[in-house]
Design a binder for this molecule. Structure first.
Ligand code: AMP
Ligand code: ZN
Length: 399
């Protein structure tokens, strides 16, 4: 495998397609209408979707969108072996349900599945199943990068407001916090990444410390804050939360996020004040936690914008996606504080922000149509897969 050679091959193929749309394309691509089955199992959600790609000129039609989330509340977090088992139990019946309810048992033309990054046990639950279907139906398989799914989903509904290259994406989820610059479907530069845990992980853990319960705890925390915003903003407790990696003497302009210190600070505040969990002060604490983490995000985005004029002089579209991207307060803060830089803010609807199979189907369609590539049947999960190395993994083949 010669990655650079392969990249050049794909690039020239893309250009050939763009300049010669009537040229040689795969059987599936050349059809006007084709149907896609998508599977996502990178973490604790088993997700299945069926999408109709009627033509390149119109947005695809979503026919089925199913999800079964592992209940990890009693374990205090996701246990990889339990997640692996969950996918094995759920994926078959969910695919069967999606196929039956859309009468697609004999009409899938393309199988898209998450190949990485993520927990290998979880990924293999979906990947192995998808390979089997691709063989049985004799249809192409596309192994999709999970974060590319989050990044491209805003482009699915082309109602005139889809992000145009070059654009930047803030991808904020339970496992990732990255700020990415995208010049094309295959050219991505990570501008800022977390040096410890992801923002969703930190929000969930901080929320659990103050007594909020549930599976998606940060989502519950947002709801809890909004139930009584006045009380939440009352500042009844002073949590003294940090803004990590700030410019200080000897440490300037660190282009990275850090979310672990928030958890330490919340634990310290809880111990110092000997607080009962779930008291009336909880809402004030929840508000401060959410504000502090979002403030840190925005501080770092502003820093990156100021340090990279080469990128931001001509980048006016911002995408915010991933589970935390569904948070209304974050969306509002991004608009309020970054409108000096961005003209368009793209926020996918909440069900497409959290992990889902629709984004995997859509990213697979974009890869298949625009890069003219698919995935070999011998591929294995990719645990760590930088978005900047999208094509730099074995297993891509020309369609
Ligand atoms: P993902 O990994 O993309 O599925 O996102 C899951 C993460 O997003 C979890 O940490 C959730 O708690 C978090 N999340 C989901 N909805 C919200 C919300 N409305 N506000 C803040 N965090 C959220
Ligand atoms: Zn995700």
């Amino acid at each position: 495998m010669l990655p650079q050679k392969l990249k050049d091959m794909f690039r020239s193929r893309t250009i050939r397609w763009l300049t010669n749309p009537g040229g040689r394309v795969s059987k599936v691509c050349s059809r006007r209408n084709y149907r896609v089955l998508a599977i996502e199992t990178s973490c604790d959600d088993t997700c299945v979707a069926i999408i109709d790609r009627k033509s390149r000129q119109e947005p695809p039609v979503l026919l089925a969108h199913l999800k079964e989330t592992l209940d990890s509340e009693k374990h205090g977090g996701i246990v990889p072996t339990k997640a692996h088992l969950h996918h094995q139990i759920k994926v078959g019946s969910l695919v069967q349900q999606a196929l039956r309810q859309t009468s697609s048992e004999h009409s899938i033309d393309l199988v898209c599945v998450t190949r990485g990054p993520g927990m290998p046990g979880s990924l293999s639950g979906g990947l192995d199943f998808a390979k089997g279907l691709a063989v049985a139906w004799d249809k192409p398989l596309v192994g999709v990068h999970h974060m590319l799914g989050h990044l491209l989903i805003s482009r699915m509904h082309t109602n005139g407001s889809s992000p145009r290259y070059p654009f930047v994406s803030l991808l904020v989820s339970g496992g990732h916090t990255i700020f990415v610059h995208s010049k094309s479907i295959s050219e991505h530069e990570i501008l800022c990444n977390t040096i410890d845990i992801a923002i969703g992980d930190s929000l969930d853990k901080c929320a659990r410390e103050i007594g909020i319960k549930g599976n998606m705890i940060a989502k519950n925390m947002e709801k809890f804050i909004n139930e009584n915003l006045e009380e939440a903003q009352s500042q009844t407790v002073d949590m003294s939360l940090p803004n990590p990696l700030r410019n200080q003497n000897g440490r300037m302009n660190v282009q990275a996020f850090s979310f672990a210190p928030f958890l330490t600070a919340v634990r310290t505040a809880m111990a110092k004040n000997k607080m009962q969990k779930c008291t009336k002060e909880t809402r004030s604490m929840a508000y401060q936690i959410q504000e502090a983490l979002f403030e840190h995000l925005i501080t770092k985005l502003k820093l990156v914008i100021s340090l990279r004029p080469d990128i931001f002089e001509c980048t006016r579209h911002l995408v915010c996606s991933g589970g935390v991207g569904a948070n209304r307060r974050l969306q509002q803060k991004l608009r309020d504080e970054l409108s000096f830089q961005f003209q368009e803010f793209h926020y996918p609807e909440p069900s497409l922000c959290t992990d889902n199979a629709v984004m995997i189907g859509w990213a697979g369609i974009e890869i298949f149509e625009n890069l003219g590539i698919k995935t070999e049947l011998g591929v294995t999960p990719v645990k760590k897969w930088p978005l900047s190395d999208l094509l730099n993994v074995p297993g891509w083949i020309s369609t």
